[in-house]
Design a protein around this ligand. Structure first.
Ligand code: PHE
Length: 466
């Protein structure tokens, strides 16, 4: 008799006390939207790959989302208490295995392949998984793409050379690659060029000149990406006046790069965070057998970008099998999505008491920011309760119940009321669930049934339904 567990892509994983991945989530594994012809996720992937093509970059996909905690967090230098590791944020298959929360889980093996095949760089496209809030831009499964490039530097010491000659010789190969990049017409509003050497330092193992050249190559390469995809998107909107595209760089933090940056693009009147990137921590390259190389890496959320490019208003649409959605996209083209009719929303409230949470734990109604390239890296969410503390209510747990019951039939879940009882000090929360399909009108019975299931399942949480 099989032990209770989960079957993922044909392999059985016995469950343990850490397992929190649900069958609803697992039913989405293996859809390969990035490989589906004429799908906006695949179109966006191809566009990005066209900016980072072979032979310099090897373009990979990583089909199996099951990775070790080691690959997803440890090798990348995530501290033990990083909130990204907690069961409220991450889907655990068992205590040492997760559904990857980002493509960086494959950095180590991709760098190892570079060491063997003597390549320079790579891109990886993959589905990634995060427990998170529910709204029109967050879905527990989404796609990321990651890229990296490395350079072999000549050894530092060579007799009879002056320091200047040495530096020039070392810089030459990176300088040549920068010069080889096509020129673009973007306006760069801020370079974040004089970044803070305390909070965003050049790594001590790195020659500051090498590191700076690498940053320059990184930035110019990613500006190509903006130029290519956003120009194509502007061309899909001939009715609107074409403005010069603007980008800006800001300092960022990721455990696995330093210095680190984010790229923002000015699009339809707003500055939008597009991606995270930086100079790869040398220890990661060394661990993969690339002691003689330095390199950069970036990561981007595909849905976020595709929503902007194709004018897709709701992230659930990417999972739609409806021809009214699918028929609007064509390989190699950025087209403007025309929304089909919206169906009526159906709001249901759920109110409950929670026991006071331990100090510093359980963000409730906290702004979460995943779905964007940066989230698993270094955002400043408060640490979640560790396994040893008594279970406290975490907002992601109600989100997960609603996801499990309603799947793509829920549009958003919002905290609408919160108060503390003056006498007993207990806290009351009220969440409003908006049940709405993108494809049809939901019936009253159907919604009542879904909602009753949500209410019943809330019994699994440390809450008291009012
Ligand atoms: N993996 C990071 C994230 O998901 C993005 C990233 C990739 C940042 C590579 C820097 C370098 O947030």
């Amino acid at each position: 008799e099989a032990r209770p567990g989960k079957s993922i892509l044909g392999k059985h994983y016995p469950s343990d006390e850490t397992t929190n991945v649900t069958d609803t989530i697992l039913s989405l594994v293996g859809r390969k939207l990035y490989d589906t012809p004429n799908h906006p996720i695949a179109i966006t992937r191809r566009l990005i790959e066209s900016v980072f093509p072979p032979p310099l970059y090897k373009n990979h996909v990583a089909t199996n989302p099951v990775v070790t905690v080691h690959a997803n967090f440890d090798v990348l230098g995530f501290p033990q208490d990083h909130p990204g590791r907690s069961r409220t944020d991450t889907y655990y298959v068992d205590s040492s295995t997760v559904l990857r929360t980002h493509t960086s889980a494959h950095q180590h093996s991709a760098f190892q392949r570079i060491a063997v095949d003597a390549e320079n760089g790579y891109t990886i496209c993959a589905d990634v998984y995060r427990r998170d809030s529910i709204d029109r831009s967050h879905f527990p499964v989404f796609h990321q793409m990651e890229g990296a490039c490395t350079w072999q530097l000549p050894p530092k010491k060579q007799s009879k050379e002056t320091r200047l000659q040495q530096q020039q010789r070392r810089a030459q190969s990176i300088r040549e690659s920068i010069d080889a990049l096509p020129k673009h017409g973007l306006e760069i509003i801020d370079e974040a060029g004089s970044y803070n050497n305390h909070t965003n330092p050049v790594q001590i193992q790195h020659d500051p000149d090498d590191s700076q050249l690498l940053v320059e190559h990184l930035k110019r390469s990613l500006e190509q990406l903006v130029q290519k995809v956003f120009t194509a998107a502007q061309e899909a909107r001939p009715d609107q006046k074409q403005e010069q595209l603007k980008v800006r760089w800001i300092e960022a933090y990721f455990p696995f790069t330093s210095p680190s940056f984010e790229l923002e693009v000015f699009w339809q009147g707003e500055w939008l965070e597009l991606l995270g990137c930086g100079v790869v921590q040398q220890s990661i390259l060394n661990n993969a057998g690339l002691e003689d190389r330095i390199g950069w890496a970036w990561g981007i959320g595909i849905e976020r970008l595709a929503m902007l490019l194709f004018n897709v208003p709701d992230i659930r649409l990417f999972w739609s099998q409806d021809d009214r959605f699918l028929k609007q996209f064509q390989d190699g083209k950025i087209t403007r999505f025309e929304s089909f009719s919206r169906y009526p929303p159906c709001y249901k409230d759920i109110s409950f008491w929670v026991r006071p949470s331990p100090a510093g734990a359980s963000p409730i109604g906290a702004e979460s920011s995943s779905g964007v390239a940066a989230a698993a890296g270094g955002d400043s969410k408060k640490a979640s309760p560790s396994e040893t503390q008594p279970a406290a209510f975490h907002e992601n747990d109600i989100m997960e119940i609603v996801r499990d019951v309603a799947g793509t039939l829920v549009e958003d879940v919002k905290l609408v009321d919160e108060f503390v009882h003056p006498k007993n000090g207990k806290k009351s929360l009220c969440y409003r669930i908006n049940y709405r399909s993108n494809e049809r009108t939901l019936t009253n019975e159907e919604v009542n049934e879904l909602h009753q299931k949500v209410v019943d399942k809330m019994g699994e949480l440390p809450v008291e339904i009012r």
